[in-house]
Design a protein around this ligand. Sequence first.
Ligand SMILES: [Zn+2]
Length: 510
Amino acid sequence: MSLLIEHVDLLDPSAPRAIARDQSIWVIENRIRRIAPARELNLATVLSEPGAGNIEVINGRGLFAIPGLVSAHTHSPENYMRGATERMPLEPWLVWLYGTCGEYTPRDHYLCAAMSAIEMLLSGVTASLDHLWHGGLWRREYLDATLQAYADSGIRAAVAPMYDDHDYVLDVADALGHDLRGSIYGQSHGGYRPDRDAYRRAVLEDTLAMFDEWMRDWHGREGRLQTFLGPAAGQLVTAECLHRSLALAQKHGAGVHMHCVETRVQDYCIRRVHGKTLIHWLADEGVLCPQLSLPHSVWVRSEADLDRLAQSGAVPVHNPAANLKLGSGLMPLRAMLDRGVTVALGVDGACSSDNQNLFDAIKLAALIHNLNHHDPSTWITAREAFEAGTLGGAAALLLHDQLGALREGWLADIVLLELNTPLLAPANDAYGMLVHCETGQSVRHVIVNGRVVVRDHRLLTMNVEALVAEFNERVEALPFRHPLDDKTKDDIQRCWRFWEDVMTRVVQGE
Ligand SMILES: [Zn+2]
């Protein structure tokens, strides 16, 4: 199969205003074969080339071609909880989430992933990394259901199931005299168990064995689906768990995705337990490497840690909307970029973000850091923000040098925007328009892995209306739609007190 987009303007950093006028893009199978001025590359010249095959032609006049956006951190199960919370920092918010999510069926996981895929594709996101959680122990059918939704939608996706084997925050809570161990906070998504950590360690063996088979079956399928491993967070895993995770990922050529010091509470607990920061600990354990992507990385502050990150090739993932909503802090984005760190962008789950629109994340990333720096020459440029949402995300997906820009030989994930609208006219500067004006509304056609999945603003792969109706119907059965029970309310209060205690200590410099 071959696809020719004729007479299109396209994003080209070397062109004036980063816009190359009147070009053609020729795609064979899932890769960009050639990009050239339309006068040189057209249907006649393509037909004269060997291997042209059947050619679908898209008239690109009035359209602007950009690489598909890559959302490098989300949690699809949170789609049920869109817009449901406010005014809660991460730790009490987690109690609310764990206490009210209930246990999903495979169909719930399918519906949630489908909602993410639909919103993303229609707004120009062609690839996503889903750090998947489940309220209970993992079973293969939950993982399969999520990947099946991504397979059906046509999006490119990596799914990284979350798991953990030791909660160091609970150790610190014990030491500070807070009883969180019997609370929902201490249970993750796994339901209450007094022997939580021992139990989780015991099932880790079986869980990893199941992931191994799942990865063998799915990794690389259709040339666009990947299986990653998702140890939940730096404060929730032992070194042994991390070593085993990395070894299993490497066996399959996959990546590891793990939350990294999102809050000051996490940073405090890790320093107190390990006697060093998370990045320092990961580096000493030898697991800080290019296969590792690290959502948030907000509290990576020392020169030494920033250097460790830069030397390692690990990819931090910036989630500005979630960090603002939960009041977690601002990632040191400028310091990372100045050291040559490749930074990706994510939207995070819909309970903390709440939409899945990466254009929002790109705009926030370009703007919010201005408040932290008095010298405007250090502010994040539109191009830096856009490239974090494309090339940076590709690195998190281990598709460095294959995805994230319109280049010959690279994967054909292409978004065609309408140029002649009040949103994008006049075409002053490509990066300025994409970052500060675009919202996803101009997305007209979307091509993923060489296949047209959105045409004229409509998704071709799924019955959107029927899926949304089923999704709305199902949500009524979930616990979070009903008044909170007394235990959840009480546990949220207990977690607030712990949070206030730790925040007082960190503000005092502990
Ligand atoms: Zn997250």
